[in-house]
Design a protein around this ligand. Structure first.
Ligand SMILES: *[C@@H]1O[C@H](CO)[C@@H](O)[C@H](O)[C@H]1NC(C)=O
Ligand SMILES: *[C@@H]1O[C@H](CO)[C@@H](O)[C@H](O)[C@H]1NC(C)=O
Ligand SMILES: *[C@@H]1O[C@H](CO)[C@@H](O)[C@H](O)[C@H]1NC(C)=O
Length: 210
């Protein structure tokens, strides 16, 4: 479902300014070091994890544990089996390793049905006959906003400008700028309501006097 930002104004001049204005959707992302992967809500993603190995390693001795943050168990593998007893409920049924890749030093994790709450820092840690290993990866849950489309409606005492933008995530900062470059955002009244799955709904109402 597309997102929507609309602006209602009784001030014709202000409305005309807006016609020539630029709607800027700016999404702020957390700052963190390490490998970053961006996934859209609802998509499937593979988080990469690679470790030193040798042809002579016995797979039975490989341990792989994927965690989110310091404690949340995402996926665990030991003695050639998935060990999911302590897996966080949030990841149940949504994770898997690639068994045929493990002997090649590849413990990448497949995560299906990415949700906003999956956002965060992941650690792939474990050990094999070459010793312990650890890798960090940051999952950003985000989707680009498409170029907003403008729609104008006139009623007897107001003009409604609606900008629609399909599927963006997370919630953007909305700025309105007029031709001169002046920021007129705070001459209006913005509310955004981001639904799960990346739908943006919003209404912006101008507080300017007629
Ligand atoms: C690791 O395995 C995944 C899943 O098969 C694959 O997509 C990826 O390319 C592999 N990476 C390397 C470096 O082999
Ligand atoms: C409007 O925004 C400008 C910066 O863009 C700020 O300096 C000013 O204080 C704001 N005015 C109000 C009423 O919030
Ligand atoms: C913004 O809208 C809310 C509810 O519609 C209203 O209570 C508030 O006073 C408005 N603020 C401005 C600055 O117009």
């Amino acid at each position: 479902m597309p997102g929507r930002i609309s602006i209602i104004t009784r001030n014709l001049i202000f409305a005309l300014h807006l016609l020539f204005s630029t709607l800027i959707l700016r999404v702020e992302q957390p700052v963190s070091q390490g490998v970053r992967v961006v996934a859209a809500p609802g998509s499937d993603i593979t988080l990469g994890c690679f470790f030193p190995h040798s042809e002579n390693d016995v797979l039975y001795n490989l341990i792989v544990v994927w965690r989110r943050g310091d404690t949340e168990m995402v996926h665990s593998y030991k003695q050639q089996e998935d060990k999911l007893e302590k897996q966080s409920a949030a990841y149940r049924g949504r994770t898997r390793l690639y068994p045929d890749q493990l002997a090649a030093g590849n413990a990448s994790l497949r995560l299906t049905g990415v949700q906003a709450s999956d956002h965060g820092e992941y650690t792939c840690a474990g050990a094999n006959e070459q010793g312990p290993f650890q890798m960090e990866i940051v999952l950003l849950v985000a989707a680009p906003y498409e170029e907003p489309q403008l729609d104008i409606q006139t009623t007897c005492d107001s003009i409604v400008l609606t900008f629609r933008s399909a599927l963006g995530f997370p919630e953007p900062t909305v700025l309105w700028k007029i031709e001169t470059g002046s920021d007129i955002t705070n001459q209006s009244n913005t509310t955004l309501d981001l639904k799960d799955g990346g739908t943006l709904r919003g209404a912006e109402q101008d507080g300017a006097e007629a």
